[in-house]
Design a protein around this ligand. Structure first.
Ligand code: NDP
Ligand code: HSE
Length: 437
């Protein structure tokens, strides 16, 4: 079995290392030796330290490498949409199996890859694209195919979990925590993808597609990142016995006409400290799957970093290599359910709202009236003197309101109207609450 490796950065270099260290075991597990035919990179002359590989294998011609007759499997760990899409479509159409970690491409145009795989009769595996080392896509794609999945909730971005955990535990600033995550190889080349939630949204699209047998793309996912999360939000969450996590939530539902739908969203949310996802710290990922017969399943592990991701890549390489030797092919994409994706406004959620209000008679009634007008039920109200000073009747007061579950559009409209009230000096923070706090 000869493989073309596209990319030799954080993940690719660890793939090379593992292939070298475990070559005898891999050959035994596959039933044939596994060799690198070539490695496509951007800069052949780049210093790659003590990487155990023949420098003559490096090339800047990925397409030429893919087209070689002696290449059976193409491993893509470059990232981005183009030129990766062109390379992989070419490989798959030519009947070469593809293993990729490229969630951005899968979420942007997974259809092009799946169609090319079907056309070429080739395998397309992408375990490393979601939650790094955690075996998650194979269970969704195979083990749970006899069940019906209702909801997937997870922490699927290591960089943002690292940042939020640091902000919560040590009071570290956002920029400082991001710099450390980048140094550790967790962040994407452009960390905007991580902190603005694009990376998690791509993963949410992949998870929803597999869980609900429906093509869900990045554009179908409602997305908010963590750049607006402040130290005050973190403190407010703590005061409520909660912590803030960037969550990915994909859920089955029904629309007004009783038709089945899915909703897929990524946003920061407060979750109670008793929630199992609350203790997921550092760059770890965890995903909860709720299925009809299996009940609740939780997957936990390292979601980012070179070696953990390379582990998932090599697991896929072994699977596709075995298939090729057996003249077999894995089941193709399952998108038969073709459910429609509901807009975020219809998703049911809860809000935690912190207001700075005038401290005078009638204010609470006016604020409560806004919630009532939008049919949003209030669960708890906490009022204290503005800025947390000694109790007493000053000019302003801090008002913290947590709602019951309501459609997101009604909650957003409530916040819009509150912002327009002259008794509301400012809306200090608005966060969604998940998990029964
Ligand atoms: P890096 O930026 O570290 O590495 C990218 C590699 O691609 C480099 O070797 C680079 O070459 C090569 N490359 C870039 N452009 C080209 C091009 N036009 N032609 C040929 N080679 C090119 O990325 P990562 O290893 O971090 O990520 C790779 C993929 O894995 C991405 O899709 C990412 O989303 C995904 N992933 C990453 C994880 C992580 O923790 N880092 C975890 C899970 C998935 P050169 O070395 O010469 O610069
Ligand atoms: N940048 C990604 C993260 C890498 O932080 O989770 C893993 O996909």
């Amino acid at each position: 079995m000869r493989l073309a490796l596209l990319g030799c950065g954080t993940v690719g270099s660890e793939v090379v290392r593992l292939l070298h260290e475990q070559s005898a075991d891999l050959a035994a597990r596959i039933g044939a030796p596994l060799e690198i035919a070539g490695i496509a990179v951007r800069r052949v002359g780049r210093d790659r330290g003590d990487l155990p590989v023949d420098p003559a294998l490096f090339t800047t011609d990925p397409l030429g490498l893919i087209k070689r007759d002696d290449v059976d499997v193409v491993v893509e760990v470059v990232g981005g949409i183009e030129p990766a899409r062109g390379w992989l479509v070419e490989a798959l159409r030519a009947g070469k199996s593809v293993v990729t970690a490229n969630k951005a491409l899968l979420a942007e145009d997974g259809a092009a890859l799946h169609d090319a795989a079907a056309e070429g009769g080739a395998d397309l595996y992408y375990e490393a694209s979601v939650a790094g080392a955690i075996p998650l896509l194979r269970p969704l794609r195979e083990s749970l195919h006899g069940d019906r999945i209702n909801r997937v909730t997870g922490i699927v971005n290591g960089t943002t979990n690292f940042i939020l955990s640091a902000m919560d535990a040590t009071g570290a600033g956002f920029a400082e925590a991001l710099e450390e995550a980048t140094e550790l190889g967790y962040a994407e080349a452009d960390p905007t993808a991580d902190v603005e939630g694009f990376d998690a949204a791509a993963k949410a699209a992949i998870l929803a597609s597999l869980a609900f047998h429906t093509r869900v793309g990045a554009a179908d996912v409602y997305r908010e990142g963590i750049t607006e999360v402040t130290a005050a939000d973190v403190a407010s969450a703590k005061a409520m016995g909660c912590t803030i996590k960037l969550l990915c939530i994909a859920a089955r539902g029904t629309d007004g006409a009783g038709r089945e739908t899915v909703s897929v969203r990524v946003h920061p949310a407060m979750i109670p400290l008793t929630h199992p996802l609350a203790s997921v710290g550092d760059a770890f990922n965890a995903v909860f799957v709720e299925a009809e017969a299996a009940g609740q399943l939780m997957f936990y592990g390292r979601g980012a970093g070179g070696a953990p991701t390379a582990s998932a890549v090599l697991g896929d390489v072994v699977a596709v290599a075995r298939n090729r030797l057996a003249g077999a092919r894995a089941a193709s994409e399952s998108a038969y359910a073709d459910l429609s994706v509901r807009p975020m406004g219809e998703a049911l959620t809860r809000y935690h709202i912190s207001l700075d209000v005038a401290d005078r008679p009638g204010v609470l009634e006016a604020v409560a009236g806004v919630f009532a007008r939008h049919d949003v039920s209030i669960a708890t109200v906490r009022q204290g003197p503005a800025g947390g000073g000694p109790a007493g009747r000053g000019e302003d007061a801090d008002l913290v309101i947590v709602t019951h579950v309501a459609p997101d559009a009604a909650l957003a409209a409530t916040v819009r109207e509150l912002r327009g009230l002259d008794i509301v000096r400012s809306v200090a923070s608005v966060l969604r609450v998940e998990g029964g706090a």
